[in-house]
Write a protein that binds this ligand. Structure first.
Ligand SMILES: [Fe+2]
Ligand SMILES: [Fe+2]
Length: 371
C-alpha cells in the first residue's frame, strides 16, 4: 500500500521524492516529456561518471570549510520553501500571449530538466559511494534539486503540462563525463544558475510590474541552494591542485566558453520571454557572465575576457549560425546545415582563442552569496 504523498518541498530524501514524482507521473504530459527527452547541444543533458573515482576523494585538506558548509546544508534552511502558498498569485495561462506562453513553458521544461539532471547525477553518486563525506554531500544536493524540479513541475501542471521525471530517469540518454569534467561543468552550472536566478530576482524587485509569473518570487532562496552546491564543487576541486593548474586550465577555458556561449544562444531563442521580463538578453548575458566570472575566481585561475572586442561579435555569430542550423534542419536542407555547423564551430574557435585573464587564486575558497 502506498503511504500518503508528501509535498516534494518537505522531502529530505531524493529517492522518496523520485518515488513521489513517479506516482504523480500518470498525470504528466507526453509533449513536455518529449521536449525534455531531446538531446541537442543546447538542451540539458543527463550525466554519468566514474563514481569510484569520485568516491575516493579525500576532503581532509579542506576539512574546516567542508564541515561548515555541510552543517549549513544539513540545517536545511529551505525545507518547505518550494511549495505554492499565499504568495503564489493566480496565473492566467488561458490569456497569456501565445508566443510568450510557448517560450515560457519551454523555459520551465528546460529548467526542470536541468534541475532534475543534477538530481539524478547526485543521487547516483550517493547511492554508489561509500565515502561518508561524499555521499552525505551528494544526498543533500540531490534533495535540493529534487525539490527544485518538483516545484517547477507544480508550475507546469497549472498550464496543463508536466515532465514525467520517472520516465526521463529511465529513458533519457546519459552522457559520460570523466569526474574532472563533471567538476568543471557542474561547478559552473551551479554558479551560473545562481547568477541567473539572482539577476532576475533583483531586476524584478525593482520592476515588479514585469513579474508575469509568481515562480520568480521563489528565486532568492532557490539561488542560495545553487550557491551552496557551487561552493561544494569548489571545495572538491580545492582538494587536488592539479585540477586547476597545468593543462587543465585549457579545459577550464573550454568549459567556461562552452557554458557561457550555450547560455547566450539558448536565451536568444526566447525573445518574448525576455521582453515580458523587461530584460534585454544581451544586458542579461553580460551581467550573468560578470557575476559568474567574479565568483569563479575563487577556484579557477583564469576568467574569460568578456570585454574583448571579439567576444560579443563571436557570440552573435554563434547565435546566428545556430538559428540557421535549426532552420536548415527543419527544412531538411543538408548543405545549408553543414554551412551553419561550420560557422558555429568557427565562431566558437574565435571565442575560445581570446586570451584569458589570469589572476592569483585566493588561499581561502569559501564565499557567501552577495549579489
Ligand atoms: Fe537546483
Ligand atoms: Fe544545484
Amino acid at each position: 500500500m502506498n503511504a500518503p504523498l508528501k509535498h516534494t518541498s518537505d522531502i529530505t530524501d531524493a529517492e522518496e521524492s523520485l518515488a513521489q514524482q513517479e506516482a504523480q507521473s500518470v498525470l504528466d504530459s507526453k509533449s513536455a516529456t518529449e521536449v525534455a527527452m531531446q538531446n541537442t547541444l543546447l538542451t540539458p543533458r543527463f550525466y554519468t561518471t566514474d563514481f569510484d573515482e569520485m568516491d575516493a576523494i579525500d576532503v581532509t585538506p579542506v576539512r574546516e570549510d567542508w564541515d561548515k558548509l555541510i552543517a549549513q546544508m544539513v540545517s536545511d534552511p529551505n525545507k518547505g520553501h518550494f511549495k505554492k502558498n499565499e504568495d503564489w498569485d493566480h496565473v492566467d495561462w488561458e490569456n497569456m500571449e501565445p508566443g510568450l506562453k510557448k517560450e515560457f513553458i519551454d523555459f520551465l521544461i528546460s529548467s526542470c530538466t536541468a534541475e532534475f539532471s543534477g538530481c539524478v547525477l547526485y543521487k547516483e553518486m550517493k547511492r554508489r559511494g561509500n565515502n561518508k563525506d561524499i555521499t552525505q554531500l551528494f544526498q543533500l544536493m540531490a534533495r535540493d534539486e529534487a525539490r527544485h524540479a518538483g516545484f517547477i513541475n507544480d508550475a507546469l501542471r497549472e498550464a496543463g503540462v508536466a515532465v514525467n521525471l520517472g520516465f526521463l530517469t529511465q529513458k533519457k540518454k546519459y552522457t559520460y563525463f570523466r569526474p574532472k569534467f563533471i567538476y568543471y561543468a557542474t561547478y559552473l552550472s551551479e554558479k551560473i544558475g545562481y547568477a541567473r536566478y539572482i539577476t532576475i530576482f533583483r531586476h524584478l524587485q525593482e520592476h515588479p510590474e514585469h513579474r508575469f509569473h509568481p515562480i520568480f518570487k521563489w528565486f532568492e532562496e532557490w539561488c542560495n541552494d545553487e550557491f551552496s552546491h557551487g561552493e561544494a564543487f569548489a571545495l572538491l576541486m580545492k582538494t587536488d591542485p592539479k585540477l586547476t593548474s597545468g593543462f587543465n586550465v585549457y579545459w577550464i577555458k573550454f568549459f567556461l566558453t562552452a557554458v557561457y556561449s550555450t547560455m547566450y544562444v539558448r536565451d536568444h531563442q526566447r525573445p518574448a520571454f525576455h521582453a515580458a521580463l523587461g530584460v534585454d538578453p544581451d544586458w542579461y548575458a553580460h551581467e550573468v557572465f560578470t557575476k559568474t566570472s567574479k565568483l569563479s575566481e575563487q577556484i579557477f585561475p583564469i576568467t574569460l575576457d568578456i570585454d574583448h572586442p571579439r567576444w560579443q561579435s563571436g557570440l552573435e555569430r554563434m547565435q546566428k549560425a545556430n538559428a540557421d542550423l535549426a532552420k536548415a534542419t527543419e527544412e531538411g536542407r543538408f548543405l545549408a546545415k553543414i554551412g551553419a555547423q561550420v560557422r558555429a564551430v568557427s565562431a566558437f574557435v574565435s571565442l575560445i582563442t581570446i586570451p584569458a585573464r589570469k589572476h592569483k587564486v585566493p588561499a581561502s575558497t569559501r564565499l557567501e552569496p552577495a549579489y
